[in-house]
Design a protein around this ligand. Sequence first.
Ligand code: HEM
Length: 549
Amino acid sequence: MLLERSKLNGEGEFRDARMSATDVLRSVASHQLLTLGLSIVILLLYLIRVRLRSHLRLIPGPFFASFSYLPRLVSVAHGHAHSDAIELHRSYGTVVRVGPKHVSFANPEALSAVYSAYTKFEKSDFYLPFDAKTAHGSVPTVFSVRSEHAHRGIKRPIAGAYSMTTLLELEGLTDECIAIFQDKIKDKLEQAERYKIELDLGEWLHWYAFDVITSITFSNRLGFMQAERDVEGIISAIEGRLKYNATIGQWPALHKLLLGNNFVSWVANFVPSLAKLNTSRRIVEFAARQLQRYETKDREKLKYRDMLDRFRRTKSDGEVQMTDVDVLMAGVGNVFAGADTTAISLRSMFYYLLQNPKCLERLVEEIDDMDRAGKLSEIVTFAESSDMPYMQACLKEAMRMHPAVGLLLERIVPEEGVNIGGYFIPAGTVVGANPWVVARNREVYGEDADQFRPERWFGLSEWANMDDDTGESARTKLQRMERNFLAFGMGSRSCVGKNISLLEMNKLVPQLLRRFKIGLAEPAKEWRMEGYWFVKQLGLNCTILRRQS
Ligand code: HEM
């Protein structure tokens, strides 16, 4: 009896205990539901607040992009943000809200307001991952530094080394690289059956651009063309880092949690797929090795005063203007920005010429005419090429059709806000123009903006004073096109290396076309593009024959 009662009690207690456990679980669950519900409400309220952010709510754009960073991030991660941006603008107009506090514009008048010489629009945190990683931590470069004031300080001592006068003194170094390029092709042709070869011209142009930039910066030609490969893996290191920078730059706060965090960055080196992206330090080490080789050289014996020699490290009174780290950063900048960009523009030039035989024919005729008249040196000089108007028009059109940079050149709106295309945009908003969108603006370049037509740049001398049916002279049109040319950026942060690339391109293109007959190996096949800040082309396979002299 006692036992039964105690059993009953036990069961009762057990039941009581079970009931109270169920109650606890229920109350926990209801608490969790409440918390979840509250979190969802707070998140929704936050998203609504972001979506309806003052003034920006009036700007058209895709719905999800107005409160989430993800659409931008995904578009960049897929490598086609440049073409997505053109589509967006064709759907929504010249001013588009592309992120929670991001506005993309293509208005000609806004370009000069945002990207002026003394601008108050500073670079955004998109550029944060582009800081160079050194043993002393992350250091901003002339390209990545956000503050305009700091930028002036970094640029002042190096600017002279990038002037055209300086670079023309280094033209001989470019000649050496061009001689190697054409000799390599000649050798291959001699060994080939029927004097015809097939090669990936895109890859060769990349090697050429690397050999030139390391020659004129450090007097160390690394021999990419001689070796016919990516020396020291620098091309793939830059590629990996660009993938990371371009994608994470769309949501820069993530950088501090990812490769911007020392511990994560260290761990990433043990995961092959992440190690490929974690290459910032490899790029700095590459530049440091070039500097070391440079320091061991007997500089008195060098034939040319290279760029390093022209950086103003000290003032006339001996005050130090550039520390060793500053010099290293300038070197890193040249390596990081100097080769891909030029190679991309050169590929574009050959691709569009080969796709448009009439343009190619006209250019070759221009070159041959000068050659026959004895106006060309053994290796075409910059001055000779500048005397070829059709060549200049083709170069400009190739850079318009395929700008090297394919993302927004992001800037932060200063205190007073800005008016773009009739919309007031408040301080703190990130605004920017994408060179691809601006280059395909039909209001500026006409209905055939998607077509390669060098003649559009050629109007000045031929048709300058003729009015079209809108009463607008060719000169006015041309000036508008020039003002919208964003391939080299604009204003205080425009490309410091522009002259280097103009020198490289102006010499190589006429020289190769003069010596060789180049064609597309598979004319019907389009090349592939991968846009991670730079829009790189893949698969420029060409056939090459020797031309009769
Ligand atoms: C065809 C070749 C090139 C193209 C299309 C090009 C394009 C550009 C563009 C669009 C910008 C502006 C980026 C921005 O606003 O965020 C820029 C800036 C820059 N480029 Fe280039 N670039 C080329 C060649 C070079 C070369 C050869 C070098 C160096 C040797 C170089 C070094 C730089 C640097 C350091 C900046 C930052 C300038 C500053 O903020 O003061 N670029 N480039």
